[in-house]
Design a protein around this ligand. Structure first.
Ligand code: API
Length: 260
């Protein structure tokens, strides 16, 4: 399944759980020797929510949360009959998230996720390959470093991304978002993801970008965020402090993985 081109392999683990999920994530993510994806997402039983999501990056590292992924988890649970409703809860390492599934002709066309309350730190300057970059650290349960550039398309992500990801000021590494402000309700970004490299989109990253851009006084509390793979609508509710993300979720194909 994919959310704005951020594609993961989704595994129904409600009846059985593979042993070594990090190794399986590395195997299925390989775009030549495996299936090909940004990582692996397992739908597991939960005793405190409708289902549980466990998300692994392409390098096998587990992340606390995944925005594009959780929208697809909602669609998966509904389409597979794991839930018989359009309002559901998903347990994650970043807490229980509430989802609203939007149907068109009985099929899930979009999902709104309450991404919870972000946390952030003061802006900090990182020196990367001799250049100083001011970043705004924001957590959506997983870590993000947000910085502003004139043209995200001109950033050499393969050269710079790994040095941001592994910068010593982020003890658990970080996802890094390169943002252009197009207007008070319109942002454009690219992302270098922790554990997966550049992806077509990052839902938690888009939320972190909206929060950082509000904190830096560069946009309003609701904006469209354009990523390589499409558009997300993000809103940071003033009253509750919760961030809401709305976007698509698409099943690409289904199959069986042969354990040779
Ligand atoms: N693509 C995901 C983010 C995964 C974040 C992961 N790379 C991490 O280690 O935090 C999203 O849509 O939110």
């Amino acid at each position: 399944m994919q959310g704005l081109g951020n594609d993961y392999v989704y595994l129904d683990c409600t009846r059985e759980m593979p042993e070594d999920l990090p190794a399986l994530a590395r195997r299925v993510s390989d775009r030549h020797f495996g299936i090909g994806s940004d990582g692996l997402i397992c739908i597991c039983p939960s005793d405190c929510a409708d289902v549980r999501m466990r998300m692994y990056n392409a390098d096998g590292s587990e992340s606390e949360m995944c925005g594009n992924g959780i929208r697809c988890v909602g669609k998966f649970a509904y389409d597979k009959g794991l839930v018989g409703k359009t309002s559901l809860t998903v347990e994650t390492l970043a807490g229980i998230k509430h989802l609203e599934l939007h149907l068109e002709h009985g099929k899930v066309s979009a999902v709104t996720v309450d991404m919870g309350v972000p946390t952030w730190e003061e802006n900090r300057v990182l020196t990367i390959q001799g250049e100083d970059y001011t970043v705004t650290p924001v957590s959506m349960g997983n870590p993000h470093a947000v910085l502003y550039v004139d043209d995200p398309g001109a950033v050499d992500l393969p050269r710079l991304g790994p040095d941001f990801e592994h910068h010593p000021s982020f003890p658990n590494r970080t996802n890094t978002e390169f943002v252009q402000v197009l207007g008070p309700d319109h942002l454009r970004m690219r992302v270098w993801e922790r554990g997966s490299g550049e992806t077509m989109a990052c839902g938690t990253g888009a939320c972190a970008v909206l929060v950082a851009t509000v904190l830096n006084g560069k946009c309003g509390r609701s904006a469209d965020v354009d990523l390589l793979g499409g558009r997300l609508h993000i809103r940071w509710d003033e009253e509750t402090g919760h961030v809401f993300m709305t976007g698509g979720a698409v099943t690409v194909f289904e199959g069986e993985l042969i354990e040779d």
